[in-house]
Write a protein that binds this ligand. Sequence first.
Ligand code: FAD
Length: 379
Amino acid sequence: MDFSVSEELVMLREAARNFAEEEVAPHAQDWERAGRFPDEMIGKLGAQGFMGILIPEAYGGAGCNYQAFATILEELARHDGGLALAVEAHNGLACQHILIAGTEAQKQRYLPPLAAGEQIGSWCLTEPDSGSDAIAMGCTATRDGDGWVLNGTKQFITNGDRAGTYVVMAVTDPDASPRGITVFVVERNTPGLSFGKPEEKLGMRSSDTVAVILDGVRVPDSQRLGAVHGGFNDVKKVLEHGRVMISALSLGFARGALEEAGRYARERKAFGKTLHRFQSIQNKLADMATDVEAGRLLLYHAAYLLDQGQCSVQKAAMTKLFTSEMATRACMDAIQILGGYGYLRDYNVERYMRDAKLCEIGEGTSEVMRILIAKEVGA
Ligand SMILES: Cc1cc2nc3c(=O)[nH]c(=O)nc-3n(C[C@H](O)[C@H](O)[C@H](O)COP(=O)(O)OP(=O)(O)OC[C@H]3O[C@@H](n4cnc5c(N)ncnc54)[C@H](O)[C@@H]3O)c2cc1C
């Protein structure tokens, strides 16, 4: 067993931390109020190599591993969940799907601009009437000469408003579910592609979330990603990886909550003492610190297993379940430690709590994670 962290990873963490402290932290509250981080951030992230973190160098990416990706996401989420979610959905879902299922020609065409931050990617699975039960999707793709015509609506799509490349799941054989699902790349300016209004969200407010509407969208067969009717296996693989990576956001929120509550407790006085002298405050901080440490071990072990090609569905589910619930808990405790100030928008902890809650829902809810874990223990 080797828990040591490579020198490369230490340097990457420092670079990601500096970037987050200088380019993200000062603006996070404004972006949240505006309901959007500026488009220019995508180019800035690209210049750092953060938009192609898992993409091999041959396609313009940084060619890093999952431990590196988790490190970057943790540092971004420490200051802005919405930006971190955008980077996670881009790298961990959209680019990842092209890497897993794409042909050589598709990788060469789509990955370089995504890796450079010239555009952002979007992954479109959920629909208005199908979320957890994803195979119940209604979006269809029908053969049309040498191509396909897509019709349907995708719901809650991160980066949906400003992506250049969309990875879209559609039913191609309704009688063969779940094998009747096929995946396509849809380029932004394709006729028939349009977007719903930006959703007003509880948290993750700097990320854009919209419905993606496909009305007679025609794509050539060269934009089919993976086998006809065989797309759902790739979807499951992408989700398994994504669930580990979204856990890095949870770790970032929990760490942020702990750091900010600890700092506040050392400064704020009540009854002639600083708060951190009170045992009930110490207990909260101790529980938060223990949770963060446990979450860190689960996350980085799962990321290590992904790097070895050995992460199981259950391990990914356990990691997401624990880190997401512990992050919400830690953020609620941080609000309590800050008292009335914790409830104000001027302080970050209420924002972290609202951001953290999404991680109990997106990429599979806690209820679904428990079902997956229970299967392993024979329930
Ligand atoms: C901000 C945001 C960003 C998102 N980004 C994306 C994206 O980029 N791409 C994308 O495809 N999707 C995205 N999603 C969608 C997200 O993945 C879904 O919301 C999530 O999978 C849950 O689906 P649902 O909302 O339809 O809830 P439902 O599936 O309707 O679930 C409702 C409730 O019922 C419970 N439930 C459902 N089935 C069971 C069961 N069998 N047993 C017990 N309980 C059950 C759920 O756990 C939940 O509590 C995003 C969502 C949000 C809010």
